[in-house]
Design a protein around this ligand. Structure first.
Ligand code: SAM
Length: 192
């Protein structure tokens, strides 16, 4: 399928395969899909997290193409021969990812199903400045945090809650107390 796509692209570009540049690459889907049929891909983004994702997705894997993993893989029979594509990198990622998970579990003491006590323990480890902007506490306290976002110049705030029951008292409190007319002149959905 990828070979056919590559041939179609080549045919429509007089055999000269184009390179692809996504200046707003986000999660990297455009440069990744361009790379799959063999086009040269470039990506950039304003957001450093997006840049990191694109490096991990697009820039780093080709460096390890065809290479064996650096750890020894007991599950791979020797007769399979050379490592194709990024199989070696995938094997290393699995191996060291598992090691990191074990280390996190040993040092912090949780896996993905933590108890309330364990989560309370983790809460003490998280730097306060990370959680300072979170809307917590009573509905009135949450609304104060939300209003603070508008004071900083936001046009809209997306609210996340674990359940509608948790969120609706906050929405009610916000509707009850929000200043009139602050959205005059804005679209109903500014992010759309
Ligand atoms: C909708 S996402 C991109 C989605 C991606 N192109 C795709 O197809 O999956 C928009 C991206 O543009 C980035 N962005 C917004 N303004 C930008 C700017 N002025 N310069 C560079 N990147 C910007 C954002 O950080 C965000 O990652």
């Amino acid at each position: 399928m990828l070979a056919r796509a590559r041939a179609e692209i080549a045919a429509s570009c007089e055999e000269d395969l184009p390179s692809v540049m996504d200046h707003f690459a986000g999660g990297g889907s455009v440069p990744l899909e361009a790379q799959r049929p063999g086009l040269e891909s470039h990506a950039s983004d304003l957001n450093p997290v997006a840049v990191l994702i694109n490096k991990a997705l697009i820039a780093i894997p080709p460096i390890f193409a065809g290479l064996a993993p650096v750890h020894s893989d007991p599950w791979r029979p020797a007769e399979l021969g050379s490592w194709l594509g990024v199989q070696g990198l995938v094997a290393d990622s699995r191996h060291y990812g598992e090691w990191m998970r074990e280390q996190a579990e040993a040092r912090i003491g949780i896996d993905e199903a933590a108890t309330t006590e364990q989560l309370e323990h983790i809460a003490e480890l998280i730097p306060q400045e990370w959680i300072a902007p979170a809307a917590t506490g009573s509905p009135a306290q949450c609304v104060e945090k939300i209003r603070g976002q508008f004071d900083l110049g936001c046009d809209g705030v997306i609210m996340h809650g674990t359940s509608p029951d948790q969120l609706s008292p906050i929405v009610d409190e916000y509707a009850r107390t929000r200043p009139a007319n602050i959205f005059d002149g804005l679209a109903a959905s500014p992010g759309a």
